[in-house]
Ligand binder design. Structure first.
Ligand SMILES: [Zn+2]
Length: 471
């Protein structure tokens, strides 16, 4: 039972707030705090940048002053990783974070862990925090990948000794205990670095647009000045552009390789930092990059889609989806035709070999007793100890798994049915608040999934409860 919980500070990491709770709780060991806060029988590894599954009690405290959506958007690092993803992937990642379900981490554009990352702090911010609040805390702004200065104080950020890695032993480390009381700030003299950092942080603080369908590569292409394009506007002079880009940022700022830049324009890479480097280089304002206009000129196949969309008066997105699906299908057909020989025979053999194991694993996940679990391709691949993408080469196994994969509302519906049974077994009164606590779902999730509830009696009761909530 949590008797008190510290209030969250501006731009504080949710992890930091929980770490402050831990240090004030008086618990001698992390295990005690863990069972207060985290909804898991095993010892939980607290996520520094994102979220974990929390107990109903902790959830109530965490979302006491602002709704869960705002807590995650304003106190976790996800806005630094998903802003430029394609629309559906962006929406799925946010839903994953909000429900703490699914493989949302794989959907994000996380930096490759080549070097160890530590929680960082600004020595002057820490001093100010201590003056204002009597303690310091871990700031979100200081954890954005590749950002290493505090534009407010024009000084370099310092690494703490707390490593940001899932490999370290689980624990909660509050900033007050780990940021030195006195630390000499090292001033940054690079004006471009300071200005660009300010730009990145400003963008970071803007809400994520979940509706925009325009690819970031196309947006950046449309903002290129004429000197980097051929006459038709279709072809980029990437060598010239890359040379100017390197000169613009200089040696002190991390830059991307030329191939990476090409991939951003072509819509294969969505790295927040490098996308913003291009946008800043192109003089795109914070306002423009956070609210992508959907009126940018279209090129290549997209202009053909636009023509067809106007000609037949059909929504552009529908024409594009049909066109892209047809192209992909024809491409895959050609690839299948090309595949033959020993490798294919080997995969066919593996497909047969794994099928019965796949059936057992699916059965175990789908019919699991207790809280429902969501089936996914990656979960089965992991259980089989196979490399992640190999399942794509095993058509029978893949098809078998896919027939049991649920949509998010279908899965929620199963959770609601489970929560209902739990309440009944424990003689608890049935109400929506209790369902939300048990499942970590929001009211709008329950509303969205009610039509998928299979048990007629449960469906009737949930519909009635939802109806009463409206009137
Ligand atoms: Zn600072």
């Amino acid at each position: 039972m949590i008797a008190f919980f510290p209030e969250i500070y501006p731009d504080e990491l949710l992890y930091s707030q929980i770490a402050r709770y831990h240090s004030r709780s008086g618990y001698a060991r992390y295990t005690y705090t863990s069972s207060d806060i985290y909804n898991n029988e095993k010892l939980v590894h607290p996520s520094i940048e994102f979220v974990n599954r929390y107990t109903a009690d902790a959830m109530e405290w965490i979302s006491k002053d602002k709704p869960w959506e705002e807590v995650t958007a304003e106190h976790t690092m996800y806005p630094a990783y998903i802003r430029f993803l394609p629309k559906q992937r962006r929406v799925d990642a946010v839903n994953g974070i909000l429900t703490c379900e699914g493989n949302w981490k794989n959907l994000m554009c996380l930096p490759l862990q080549k070097e160890k990352r530590y929680i960082r702090y600004c020595p002057i911010c820490a001093k100010e925090d201590r003056k204002i609040y009597g303690e310091t805390y871990w700031h979100r702004d200081h954890q954005i990948p590749r950002i290493n200065v505090c534009p407010k104080h024009r000084c370099y950020l310092e690494n703490s000794i707390i490593e940001n890695s899932s490999k370290t032993s689980p624990g909660l480390y509050d900033a007050e205990g780990y940021v030195p009381q006195e630390s000499e700030p090292c001033i940054c003299q690079n004006e471009r670095k300071l200005a660009f950092t300010e730009y990145v942080i400003n963008v970071f603080h803007h809400p994520i647009d979940l509706c925009n369908t325009l690819s970031i590569g196309k947006f950046l292409h449309s903002h290129l000045s004429k000197g980097y394009l051929n006459e038709s506007g279709l072809v980029r002079n990437i060598s010239k552009l890359y040379k100017d880009y390197l000169a613009f940022y200089g040696n002190e700022i991390p830059t991307m390789p030329q191939s990476y830049m090409q991939k951003i324009f072509n819509g294969y890479i969505y790295d927040n930092y490098f996308v913003l480097q291009l946008a800043y280089f192109e003089d795109v304002t914070v306002q423009e990059i956070t609210n992508l206009s959907d009126t940018v000129p279209l090129f290549g196949i997209d202009s053909l889609y636009k023509e067809l969309s106007d000609k037949y008066n059909i929504d552009f997105c529908i024409v594009k989806e049909i066109g892209d699906t047809a192209l992909k299908h024809s491409y895959n057909q050609n690839r299948v035709a090309k595949k033959s020989g020993v490798r294919e025979a080997l995969y066919n053999e593996l497909d047969e070999k794994y099928l019965s194991q796949v059936k057992d694993i699916v059965e175990e996940i789908v019919n699991k007793q207790g809280r429902p679990e969501k089936l996914s391709l990656s979960k089965v691949t992991k259980a089989l100890n196979l490399p992640q993408k190999q399942i794509n080469k095993l058509p029978k196994c893949k098809a078998y798994i896919e027939q049991y994969i649920e949509t998010q509302p279908q899965f929620w519906a199963r959770q609601v049915e489970w929560a209902y049974k739990e309440m009944q077994n424990n003689d608890n009164p049935i109400n929506l608040t209790r369902i939300m606590k048990l499942t970590n779902m929001r009211l709008k999730d329950i509303r969205c999934c009610s039509s998928y509830i299979k048990n007629e009696k449960v469906k009737l009761i949930i519909d009635e409860l939802l109806f009463c909530k409206v009137y």
